[in-house]
Design a protein around this ligand. Structure first.
Ligand SMILES: [Zn+2]
Ligand SMILES: [Zn+2]
Length: 302
């Protein structure tokens, strides 16, 4: 049973951890080892869980197919930092994290000894920036170039800048194509709160980010309406699934009655690219080197 006193206790511990300096010290380590977080499960109920078990469950949800142990450890540090950076998201509702991709996707039933070992091997370590845990965003595959946080969410961070990813380029490129009727695309927009012309005839990318990702679309038909690509993708994904437009790195071809989307990569492309991290690990890089590549100008420590 969930109790208010547990929440208060957890928040106190989290606040204490955040107040700690990012210089390694044994007292800080001890508090981190004790730390618990509260998770609300989609299946119902809120549970208090040791932080490191939470980290292992996110690894099971996000990275359980990694072959490189160093890449897994890099993810464990990123998952931990992300959790503590965003710990207040659900504060008003009385818990720390939900179990979906809104916070981080958890799969407790898929945790293996290898994933637990990756969490334990990097126990309490985080990515620090300016004395606080960094917003360590990560994604599946950047398609060859990561994206600046400013160009996705309008919030610049010095450690979330665009950079070429020479590592994931060496692996199989995540190239995708999807095809939807014009009417279905229009319905996706209208159903999920995006303005669209009464009859949709054409789509045109009119603005791209410096990395080449689509930023603004024109919806052309009985009217011409400008739409941020982020809103367009959310509407498409809610209606047609995550793989309908898996990244903003795409072109649109207009055919009679149909739109054909061709692109590469998967996810928002900000921060750590999981495909690239895996390639770095397999090439012999350490988890610290992987984190330093994807989160420059940060410090790794407890
Ligand atoms: Zn959440
Ligand atoms: Zn990449």
């Amino acid at each position: 049973m969930f109790r208010i006193s547990q929440v208060t206790f957890c928040l106190l511990i989290l606040c204490e951890a955040l107040a700690a300096p990012h210089v390694p010290n044994s007292e800080g380590n001890r508090k981190m080892e004790m730390m618990r977080v509260t998770v609300r499960f989609s299946s119902g109920g809120v549970r208090s869980i040791p932080l490191e078990q939470y980290v292992a469950a996110v690894l099971a949800g996000e990275s359980r197919n990694f072959r490189s142990t160093e890449a897994l450890k890099a993810m464990a540090v990123a998952v931990r930092s992300y959790a503590l950076h965003f710990r207040n998201r659900h504060r008003a509702a009385g818990f720390d994290f939900c179990d979906t991709t809104h916070c981080q996707y958890l799969q407790f039933d898929k945790v293996t000894p290898r994933l637990t070992a990756a969490a334990t091997a990097s126990e309490s370590e985080m990515v620090w920036h300016d004395g606080s845990p960094a917003a360590t965003y990560y994604h599946a595959n950047c398609g060859g170039s990561t994206e600046a946080s400013q160009d996705v969410w309008g919030s610049p961070e010095p450690y979330l800048m665009q950079r070429l990813d020479r590592f994931c380029r060496r692996g199989p490129r995540d190239v995708w194509q999807s095809r939807y009727s014009k009417d279905l695309v229009r319905r996706a927009m209208v159903t999920h709160g995006v303005d669209a012309p009464d009859s949709l005839e054409s789509l045109e990318v009119v603005k791209r980010t410096p990395s080449g990702r689509a930023a603004t679309l024109l919806l052309i038909g009985s009217d011409i309406i400008s739409v941020p690509v982020s809103a367009f993708r959310i509407a498409m994904q809610k209606m047609l699934g995550w793989r309908s437009v898996p990244s903003a790195s795409f072109d649109v071809k207009v055919e009679p009655g149909w739109f054909v989307f061709s692109g590469r990569g998967a996810g928002h492309a900000v921060g750590l690219c999981q495909a690239g991290a895996e390639r770095m690990g397999l090439a012999g890089k350490t988890y610290q080197e992987i984190l330093a590549f994807y989160y420059p100008q940060t410090i790794i420590g407890r």
